[in-house]
Design a protein around this ligand. Structure first.
Ligand SMILES: [Zn+2]
Length: 85
């Protein structure tokens, strides 16, 4: 068994429902041509043009379960440096 070690730890490793390791990220918005090709290869899922707080972020390729990490995150955590005035 080989454990892939990647620099990014932001991605869940397994489906919280069935434990499947084949997980794809769900991309929202207008997909780029590259993103469309990735979706056709099953490397990413296209979630449509609209996203809201309830939109799932990941999809299990095994059972089709979709979920988001956002529920476990602090919603107030923002990195937007927008200032007004
Ligand atoms: Zn699953």
């Amino acid at each position: 068994m080989v454990i892939g070690r990647r620099s990014s730890n932001e991605r869940p490793t397994r489906c919280p429902k069935c434990g499947e390791a084949e997980i794809v990220r769900i991309a929202y918005g207008l997909p780029s041509p590259e993103l469309v090709e990735e979706a056709q290869r099953g490397e990413v899922a296209l979630g449509g043009c609209c996203i809201d707080d309830d939109s799932p972020e990941f999809r299990c390729k095994q059972c089709g379960h979709e979920w988001s990490r956002a529920r476990a995150w602090d919603v107030s955590r923002r990195e937007d440096g927008a200032t007004e005035g």
